[in-house]
Design a protein around this ligand. Structure first.
Ligand code: XUL
Ligand code: CO
Length: 440
């Protein structure tokens, strides 16, 4: 079989003192931690769209990286992409991948032909998975690229477009199920509006929920037992996207009774676009029992768009893994690198450097988060900060034994309560994080 990266061997763990750019400094895939290898704690996934398809094209210029994989014919290229992707996954010890249907196989003259050609690639993927043990983390349908989706897919004013989207999702679910995926993602790139002057928001949200309910019904009917995810994002490409952030999506899921089947796929850069931290979004998902999976990347705080950079900020990866560990770790989800090398990082080596950077940043974050939890000072502080809810009036309120009349009586008898307040100690806690993270 053709080797696409013949100048790059298997990337090995060499430890933190290594200066080899093609080695892991922190990600030691088979190191057993808490009874399972690091690769199973982190569940890294390759994103088909960025890594196999993204050539650096932006609004101002053409691609800078060659992602043709040596083929001009679209069918041959789709198969070459599979071989190249499996070589990348093998060399980087990445066990999972994620796709949109049209990343695997492009759109052809009509839906029937597109479905048939997609099936050929999916069959080939199934064979490669069997040979290598690599797995599908999640699949999705690309419902935002073609002009037919210019006003949305599930939220399009055209019922014909809704039907087309449903048909496309059906075949993307078939592919996901055939490949043993345990996740199916809805990212509503065009499910939003540009102006309310032309928009019936109530109708659009009802329709979006109907599309999701139909997807669940179909998938369950063919034996799919994995999770559905919504990936919140507030804007881009539309001015306002309905899946704005985790809290907004939760309200939507609960209104339409979809909360049992859906969890969140939280993306770092989408969190910051919604003016939240990455940790905030993960925390909201965790405390509401809908934490599912992660699109691992980072934005640039000086830019107002989705830069999808490979994550290297260890503070962020630490607080992310802190939330993941507190949620009990990944079950069906994982860490999908929805990230691309910069347009100027255009060589084949840059694919490997960028994944190594991201994977090491998350390995470090995972190790640091475990240390923070083992250190216990932060957890203990939070525990003590809420101690007043364990006994007395706090315990009564939680037990439902209080009402406004009894609380008024209590407050009148108690008098001023300012002395019951303790310091928030933010600076102390921030210095504890540094103390645990850095052992120079
Ligand atoms: C776009 C984005 C998507 C989803 C999958 O911002 O994140 O690639 O992850 O559709
Ligand atoms: Co994403």
């Amino acid at each position: 079989m053709k080797e696409y990266f013949s100048n790059i061997g298997k990337i090995k763990y060499e430890g933190k003192d290594s200066t080899n750019p093609l080695a892991f400094k922190y990600y030691d895939p088979d190191r057993i931690i808490d009874g399972k290898p690091m690769r199973e704690h982190l569940k890294f996934a390759l994103s088909w769209w960025h890594t196999m398809g993204g050539d650096g094209t932006d609004m101002f210029g053409c691609g800078t990286a060659d992602k043709t994989w040596g083929e001009t014919d679209p069918e041959a290229r789709a198969i070459a992409k599979v071989d190249a992707a499996f070589e990348i996954m093998d060399k980087l010890s990445i066990d999972y991948y994620c796709f949109h249907d049209r990343d695997l196989s492009p759109e052809y003259a009509n839906l029937g032909e597109s479905n048939a050609k997609l099936k050929v690639v999916v069959d080939y993927l199934e064979k490669k998975q069997k040979e290598t043990g690599k797995k599908l983390l999640w699949g999705t349908a690309k419902l935002f690229d073609h002009p037919r989706f210019m006003h949305g897919a599930g939220t399009s004013p055209s019922a014909d477009v809704f039907a087309y989207a449903a048909a496309q999702i059906k075949s993307a679910i078939d592919a996901t199920v055939q490949l043993g995926g345990k996740g199916y993602v809805f990212w509503g790139g065009r499910e939003g509006y540009e102006t309310l002057l032309n928009t019936d928001m109530g109708r659009e949200l009802d329709n979006m929920a109907t599309l999701m309910r139909m997807a669940v019904e179909y998938a369950r009917s063919i034996g799919y037992d994995g999770d559905f995810y919504i990936e919140p994002k507030p804007k881009e490409p539309t001015k306002h996207q309905y899946d704005f952030d985790t809290a907004t999506v939760l309200g939507f899921l609960r209104k339409y009774g979809l909360e049992k089947d859906f969890k969140m796929n939280i993306e770092a850069n989408h969190a910051t676009l919604a003016q939240h931290t990455f940790q905030h979004e993960l925390n909201v998902a965790r405390v509401n029992g809908v934490f599912g999976s992660i699109d691992a990347n980072q934005g640039d705080t000086l830019l107002g768009w989705d830069t999808d950079q490979f994550p290297t900020n260890v503070y962020d990866t630490t607080m992310c893994m802190y939330e993941v560990l507190k949620a009990g770790g990944f079950t069906n989800g994982g860490l999908n690198f929805d990230a691309k090398a910069r347009r100027g990082s255009f060589t084949a080596e840059d694919i490997f450097y960028s994944y190594i950077a991201g994977m090491d940043a998350f390995a470090l974050g995972f190790l640091a988060a475990r240390k923070l939890l083992a250190d216990g000072r932060i957890e203990k502080f939070i525990e003590e900060r809420y101690a007043s809810w364990k006994t007395g009036i706090g315990a009564d309120i939680i037990a439902g034994k209080a009402d406004f009349r009894s609380l008024e009586k209590y407050a009148l008898e108690k008098g001023e309560v300012v002395d019951s307040i303790t310091s928030g100690r933010q600076e102390l806690l921030e210095s504890i994080v540094n103390n645990v993270l850095f052992t120079l």
